[in-house]
Design a protein around this ligand. Structure first.
Ligand code: EPZ
Length: 430
């Protein structure tokens, strides 16, 4: 099992570069199935979830080349639906998007039940509601999700739309990122107009719509809670660049706040980070925004705050564990309320091992910050919890040993290397 060893106490200083956004690259890679031609996509992050998604696509017939670093050339002209490997699909949540992509291109899809971080229940009822509104029948059985549509034929015998789907109005009960993405994928080549209401507004939804519109789709309103998709007959190949990863950037911002120091974080979109910036400023951290970078400076003294996670543009749930570490290091009582996931608090026991004083009551954790954490042997229970434990180790007294770090590699490229560059005493152990 891979481990990360950290001797805490070093301040972080210097410059780092942020990778492309994992949660934007995943839907865009699967959306390439709709195109059926060659697409050239830049700023693809080299992280395990992306590598698994490319392996899934290769298994169903996509031709994938790597013409240069962080770039892929993907040709989905020979993709065959309903042939994805169960063992790969079950490793991550992002493979849910294969349902919408195959249904959107072929009118049929069969995908193993998706995996992903364990935050309690992770239903896909809203994805299914959207597919059914567009005319598909969805059946979950034997560990697979089967989606198909009976293709109605016009009098002259031709199918009125390749995938047999028709436009519809879809009101999402929750502003689900995944469901919004999957309905967009299924509706892009459908016959007629689809309107998604209560849609998720995350930057990665905007990036997906940007990619599809560059391929000839007709999607309006992405980034707002009402998205209109006018079905088109066909898409064409394109060249596209993924947006920077706001959660990777936020993680490094939090690390500097925890250890003290001054770091310039390059290749970001400051607008995507504004709730993280606002909270850090409330805690007494200096954040200076430039056109495509930010500089974070801290003396390590932190004021306690109250944090409430919400769908974008609210405070991102994927920054929740990292900010709990800051509350542990602050001087006084702070609170964090998790409003997106049922149970994102599995990491709290690991912080207890490091001396944290945290009590969880329902959706709210109350943290009695005393400025100190102690190094200990802990385990990464999920992607962002693992990143939070790294931050805790950087600021703790003594040595922290983190196990199950493969969860961290799902979403962070070279986290250890980048932190070493900034002066951290951190190393990987196989
Ligand atoms: C995406 O997950 C991200 N994953 C998650 O990031 C992120 O935490 C989440 O969005 C929220 O921002 C990827 O992009 C691969 P949701 P997703 O559908 O799409 C409920 C990370 O760390 N819900 O927006 O699965 C659900 O239970 C990962 O990178 C339904 O009730 O999240 C949850 O309470 C972890 N029915 C809420 O909506 C549904 O059909 C938000 O889920 C779907 C969701």
């Amino acid at each position: 099992m891979k481990k990360i060893i950290i001797r805490g106490g070093n301040k972080l200083n210097g410059n780092i570069h942020i990778e492309g956004m994992k949660n934007a690259a995943l839907p865009i890679i699967f959306a390439s199935v709709l195109v059926g031609e060659k697409c050239f996509i830049e700023n693809i992050p080299d992280v395990n979830d992306i590598n698994i998604s490319l392996e899934i696509l290769r298994n169903i017939g996509a031709d994938i080349k790597f013409p240069k670093k962080n770039c892929i050339e993907i040709d989905t002209s020979n993709v065959v639906p309903c042939s994805s490997p169960y063992d790969l699909v079950s490793k991550m949540r992002g493979s849910t998007y294969l349902l919408g992509a195959e249904l959107g291109r072929f009118g049929v899809s069969k995908v193993g039940w998706p995996g992903g971080c364990d935050f309690g229940t992770r239903p896909i009822d809203q994805h299914i509601k959207g597919f059914e509104a567009l005319g598909a029948t969805v059946v979950a059985e034997g560990g697979y999700i089967n989606a198909s549509v009976v293709k109605n034929e016009t009098d002259s015998g031709e199918v009125y739309s390749k995938n047999g789907l028709h436009g519809a109005r879809v009101f999402l009960d929750v502003a689900s990122v995944g469901a919004t993405i999957n309905v967009i994928l299924a509706a892009t080549l459908a016959d007629g107009v689809t309107v998604i209401e209560n849609a998720a507004r995350e930057p990665h939804i905007v990036d997906l719509a940007g990619f599809l519109n560059t391929c000839g789709a007709d999607i309006m309103g992405a980034g707002t809670s009402v998205i209109k998709i006018r079905g088109v007959d066909k898409l064409h190949g394109c060249q596209y660049k993924i947006i920077p990863d706001m959660i990777e950037a936020g993680t490094y911002m939090t690390a500097v706040a925890a250890t003290g120091g001054c770091v310039s974080i390059q290749s970001v979109i400051p607008k995507h980070l504004e709730t993280i910036t606002a909270k850090l400023r409330e805690m007494g951290v200096s954040v200076t925004e430039y056109e495509d970078s930010i500089t974070v400076e801290s003396d390590g003294n932190l004021k306690p705050v109250t944090v409430k996670t919400l769908p974008y543009p609210g405070f991102p749930t994927d920054m929740h564990p990292q900010f709990t570490v800051l509350l542990c290091l602050a001087d006084g009582v702070g609170q964090i309320t998790e409003n997106v996931w049922d149970n994102r608090y599995r990491y709290v026991d690991e912080l207890h091992m490091m001396g944290a004083v945290i009590s969880v009551d329902g959706r709210t954790a109350t943290v009695v910050g005393n400025g100190h954490l102690k190094g200990a042997p802990v385990k990464s229970v999920d992607l962002r919890a693992g990143a939070a434990l790294v931050i805790a180790g950087l600021a703790a007294d003594g040595v922290t040993e983190i196990s199950k770090t493969e969860t961290i590699e799902r979403g962070y490229h070279n986290l250890v290397g980048k932190l070493r560059l900034l002066g951290a005493d951190i190393s990987k152990m196989q």
